[in-house]
Write a protein that binds this ligand. Sequence first.
Ligand code: DBV
Length: 273
Amino acid sequence: MTAPQSCSLDQVRIPGWRWQPFLDHAVEMLQALEPAAYPVPEQFLQKTGSTGSKAQPVVVQTATWACQTNKLRQVRAACVEAGPAASVLNLVINPHCRFDLPFFGADLVTLPSGHLLALDLQPVDRSDSLHTQPVWDRLLPIFNSWKPHLPDGGPIPAEAEPYFSPAFLWTRLPLGAASDELISTVIFQAFAEYLKLYLQLVDEATPVADDRSAILLNGQKRYTCYRAEKDPARGMLGRFHGAEWTETYIHEVLFDLDRHYPDQNVDQSRPMA
Ligand code: DBV
C-alpha cells in the first residue's frame, strides 16, 4: 500500500489486487450519501502477514475500508491480497434497522483452486414478503440478465440458504484468462447493477415504526451472528494473521452488530423461512 491508512475512509490501494476496480467503484457510488468514517481500530485497518513456505514466503496484506451514512449503519470492505494464495473483496452493507432494507453482500474470492463469486441483496427475514417482495421484483430481472453468462456455483451449505434471495448470483470459475475476462465484464457489471439498485432502495427508504424496526433488528442479528459464527474466511485469515486477531476482526469489525445492541437477544422462537 502506498500510504498507511489511519482512518476507515482512507483509500485502500493494494498493488496487483484484482478487486481494486470493484472497491473503487463502490466507494465512488457511496460518495453521494456523504459517508462518515466508521470507527475501526488501527490494527484492523491494515495488517501484514505471511503465508507460503519458508523457501517461498508470500506477503499477505489485509485492509479494511468502512463508512456509515444516515441510513447505513455500517458499510465495510474486507480486502485481502496474498499473491497466488488468495485475493478477496468481501463487501457487506448493513442498513440501520430503522429502514426496511436488505443487506448488500458481495464475496469475491480468488484461491489457488479457482474463483468463488457471490453477489446478493440478502434478506433480513426471508419469510417476510413485505420485506422481500419489493426488492426481489426489481432484483430478479437483473439476476436473470447475468445468470446465463455464468456457470452455476453449485450447492451452498443448507443452513446458509435462508440468508440468500432467489437472485443470489453465485458462480465458481477456474483460474485463467477466460475467467479474468468474465470477471472484468459480467461480474463487474452485475456488481455495479446490484449496488446501483441497492443504493436506489436506500434512497427511497423511509423510517419504519418502532415495532417493525425491532423485528428488522432481530433479523439483522440472526444474519450477522450466523455470518460471524460461520465465516468461511476464518481458516484463511487465521493462517495469515493468527487466530486471536482473526476472531476479534470477525466479531468486532466485520460482523459487529451484536456489539452495538448487546442487550437485545435474538428471538430464537421466530421461525426461519
Ligand atoms: N468471506 C467473508 C469474509 C471473507 C470471505 C469476511 C475476508 O465473509 C472470504 C474474507 N469466502 C471467503 C473465502 C471463502 C469463501 C467462501 C476465503 C472460501 C473458503 C474455503 O473454500 O476455504 C458466500 N463465500 C464462500 C462460500 C459461500 C460464500 C457460499 C462457500 C462456502 C462453503 O462452501 O462452505 N456470503 C458468503 C456466505 C454468506 C454470504 C457463506 C452467508 C450468509 O453472505
